[in-house]
Ligand binder design. Structure first.
Ligand code: 13P
Length: 247
């Protein structure tokens, strides 16, 4: 019922040369009859990525967008600009934006409104820090992030939520499949009280040190519908292997 989605978040990595190499490899190798595949390069590489993936099943997204429609907002990129370029997806509320750019749930919510208005498909990220998990607050933190970002929208059909425990990002530590499943089931239950979406149809991605070696057991969990992949998305064979595991 829920087609898996594997999205690569390239973060602030790459060059024009590496984009050609990575998308050249992926565009020919990725077979995604049973899985949706997306890559999210840095803003400056989006036009090139869109061109290189045009005749392939790989779709392209951005890693962020502005909460504003247009205007005097130096350095910002509007959701409508991304849609105009041909982007399909946008990642919102990534923990690195929350940590380094002080993004609040209210700002994530405003960005979500802008993304929806522009016709982009949003991937909203939530997740607790290590301290929050150790003090037993993980579920409360995630519930607050979901409510803060999602409560005020009329129509959230097609929304994707990514659960990315901050302690598992780029650390080599992965939530166990059981920890990830438990939180995904909790998120799905929380989504039931959010207006404008069908929680059973909403795809929930896991993110945080997803690798070819752990993808199978993560994807075997009933509430894990794919992955948001960081480091392993920069290596074509690894990303391909994760896509295959989801298919
Ligand atoms: P890593 O896969 O490198 O841990 O990154 C996960 C992530 O933050 C994806 O958005």
């Amino acid at each position: 019922m829920r087609q898996p989605l594997v999205a690569g978040n390239w973060k602030m990595h790459g060059s024009r040369e590496s984009v050609v190499a990575l998308l050249g490899a992926l565009s020919t190798s990725v077979k995604c009859d049973a899985v949706d595949v997306a890559v999210c390069p840095a803003f400056v590489h989006l036009p090139q990525a869109l061109e290189l993936s045009a005749s392939s099943p790989v779709s392209v997204g951005a890693q962020d967008c502005s909460a504003f429609d247009e205007g005097a907002y130096t350095g910002e990129v509007a959701a409508a600009m991304l849609a105009d370029l041909g982007c399909e997806w946008v990642i919102l509320g990534h923990s690195e934006r929350r940590a380094y750019h002080h993004e609040s749930d209210a700002l994530v919510s405003a960005k979500l409104s802008a993304a929806i208005a522009a016709g982009l498909r949003p991937i909203v990220c939530v997740g607790e820090t290590r301290t929050q998990r150790e003090s037993g607050e993980a579920e409360a933190i995630v519930a607050a992030q979901l409510a803060g970002a999602l409560a005020e929208h009329g129509n959230l059909a097609g929304l994707v939520v990514a659960y990315e425990p901050v302690w598992a990002i780029g650390t080599g530590l992965t939530a166990t499949p059981e920890q990830a499943q438990d939180m995904h089931a909790y998120i799905r239950a929380e989504l039931a009280s959010i207006p404008g979406l069908d929680e059973q149809a909403t795809r929930l991605l896991y993110g945080g040190s997803v690798k070819p070696g752990n993808a199978d057991e993560l994807f075997a969990q009933v509430d894990i519908d794919g992955a948001l992949v960081g480091g392993a998305a920069l290596v074509a064979e690894d990303f391909q292997a994760i896509v295959n595991a989801a298919a």
